[in-house]
Design a protein around this ligand. Structure first.
Ligand SMILES: Cc1cc2nc3c(=O)[nH]c(=O)nc-3n(C[C@H](O)[C@H](O)[C@H](O)COP(=O)(O)OP(=O)(O)OC[C@H]3O[C@@H](n4cnc5c(N)ncnc54)[C@H](O)[C@@H]3O)c2cc1C
Length: 509
């Protein structure tokens, strides 16, 4: 094997991408300018959608066991409770955010990388690159020397100041967030409430508390000034809700200047961008790292097919088509939260509070907020590599995520998976066998799920499968390695699978 891909930056995005490429036997090199991994980093919240994806590669267990299961989000303003979100109201088996400090998530992903014979080359800094039609020449500094590396693809996962983005000249469009952020890890002595909740206090000089293991908290603070005492800033707000409480064992007080920016392009020839290199947003909703990991899941299987010669490089354009709209949504949502959180005018704050109360007391509006928080509302309907569901009027549509309640995530492999769901086991088995015989080389796993088979289908799975089926009595789903449905075909006819696989091979419409 020769090195096909250079990944620049070993944060959560680069680690996930490298591990997922290695799992598909793609030779890649992952470099980071740091001498060793950070011992502390910013992000705490791993959302349900990311946990679902991590469950397909066996990484969710470690986070599930280590992290705090944060089920609720409670929003307050000026001493009053405005509303609550309960993530258990989703259909995900992960009805909670998993809260751990970012370096724990990175360690879990590093183990996945090592398990797939990959490693990080620390102390290697990308200093330059030349893009040609057939290759990329990268210049890398290491231990006082500079060397050149020729690869087929380069992926910029280097964060906000991504050198790959800067060398390509791809514009990073957006703005800086004017009011700074800060975080501090703390124990709140005298805390009167639970530890399974994210508390957003939208007071003047707002504080958000996210729970961490060992009854610790990470306080996300809007500092009163650039030189204010962060502990004092946080304590003032927290004592309003927990009189007499004090912040003890404080660690890692750090200030950040944040930005709302999205790269104009995610691909320029043989260079691609992912994670913070492609998009940065307000940290208020905890979408940055999650989106980076999900970028990597979206890109890895496509890049692997291209590297193995099994798909046209045009397939990589579907990565931008699917993931850039997600970045635009989360950056815009983050801007909305920033505006809401930093209002100073009393009248505007009163209107904001009334609007939040109305949202959280309306079940439908609240559910929409919960799905967005959990990142379970992401869909690739309209993507150039998703076959529109056509006549399938009800049930889950192509482009949407496979509902995890169906219980099949651990079976999703590195190739496409076909799932045959139907009311009668004899027909389901027959169709599944035909798919195995016709497409065994291209479809990794074929799973059958018959609703009349109580021995193998428990009540929850049957309910989820019924929801997927909708009005149909039998449907075939072709599920992508990132657990989105690429094709839904109702009925026993299997030729549409050929058309779908040809579409992937051609790289899209
Ligand atoms: C205060 C705060 C709180 C946050 N909380 C959350 C949260 O709860 N949940 C969430 O999802 N997100 C959160 N985020 C965002 C999250 O931290 C980032 O989105 C995430 O770390 C981005 O990961 P990444 O791998 O894309 O980039 P990074 O983590 O920035 O990694 C980039 C890597 O590239 C390396 N690099 C840079 N230049 C070079 C070079 N020339 N050569 C080689 N290597 C290079 C760097 O050393 C670095 O290791 C928060 C952000 C902030 C500021």
């Amino acid at each position: 094997m020769r090195t096909r891909v250079l990944i620049v930056g070993a944060g959560p995005t680069g680690l996930t991408l490298a591990a997922e490429l290695r799992r598909r036997s793609v030779e890649c090199i992952l470099i980071d300018a740091l001498d060793k991994p950070l011992s502390w980093d910013r992000a705490t919240i791993v959302h349900p959608r990311t946990m679902e994806l991590l469950s397909t590669i066996g990484v969710s267990d470690e986070l599930f066991e280590t992290g705090v299961h944060q089920r609720f989000i409670d929003i307050f303003s000026d001493g009053a409770h405005l509303g609550r979100m309960d993530l258990a109201e989703t259909d995900s088996p992960f009805g909670f955010n998993v809260n751990v400090s970012e370096e724990v998530t990175e360690r879990a992903m590093s183990r996945h990388l090592h398990a797939n014979s990959g490693t990080v080359q620390y102390g290697h800094r990308l200093t330059g690159m030349e893009l040609a039609d057939d290759r990329v020449l990268a210049r890398i500094a290491h231990a006082g020397e500079e060397y050149e590396l020729e690869v087929e693809w380069i992926v910029g996962c280097g964060g906000l100041h991504s050198p790959v983005r800067e060398f390509t000249g791809i514009p990073f469009e957006g703005h800086s967030i004017s009011q700074s952020w800060a975080v501090v890890d703390t124990t709140i002595d005298g805390w009167p409430w639970g530890h399974d909740t994210n508390f957003a206090f939208l007071d003047h000089d707002s504080v958000i508390l996210t729970p961490l293991p060992d009854l610790r908290w990470r306080a996300y603070i809007r500092p009163i000034s650039d030189t204010s005492d962060l502990i004092e800033d946080a304590s003032t707000i927290i004592r309003r809700y927990a009189p007499g409480a004090s912040l003890i064992d404080n660690a890692n007080p750090t200030r950040f200047h944040c930005h709302t920016k999205v790269a104009a392009d995610y691909r320029q020839g043989r260079a691609l961008l992912a994670g913070d290199a492609a998009h940065v947003c307000s940290p208020s909703q905890g979408h940055g790292m999650n989106s980076g990991i999900q970028d990597a899941f979206n890109l890895a299987w496509k890049l692997a097919l291209v590297c193995h010669g099994d798909a046209d490089p045009r397939l990589l354009d579907s990565y931008e088509a699917e993931r850039r709209p997600v970045a635009l949504t989360i950056t815009s949502s983050g801007d909305g939260f920033e505006t809401m959180q930093t209002l100073k005018d009393d009248q505007e704050r009163a209107e904001r509070d009334a609007s939040l109360r109305a949202t959280f007391s309306d079940p439908q509006a609240r559910h929409g907020e919960i799905l967005a928080e959990a990142e379970l509302n992401i869909s690739y309907e309209g993507s150039p590599i998703v076959v529109p569901s056509g006549s399938a009027g009800t049930g889950v549509q192509a482009g949407q995520r496979l509902p995890a309640a169906i219980g099949l995530y651990p079976l999703i492999g590195q190739m496409h998976t076909a799932i045959v769901i139907g009311e009668h086991s004899s027909l389901v088995e027959e169709v599944a066998s035909t798919i195995r015989a016709a497409y065994g080389g291209e479809i990794g796993t074929v799973v059958s799920l018959a609703l009349d088979d109580p021995a193998t289908v428990d009540a929850d799975v049957r309910a989820a499968a019924g929801g997927v089926l909708g009005d149909a009595s039998l449907t075939i789903l072709v599920v992508r390695p990132d657990a989105h449905i690429g094709l839904r075909s109702d009925g026993a006819e299997i030729d549409s699978i050929r058309s779908y696989l040809d579409l992937i091979r051609a790289g899209g419409r």
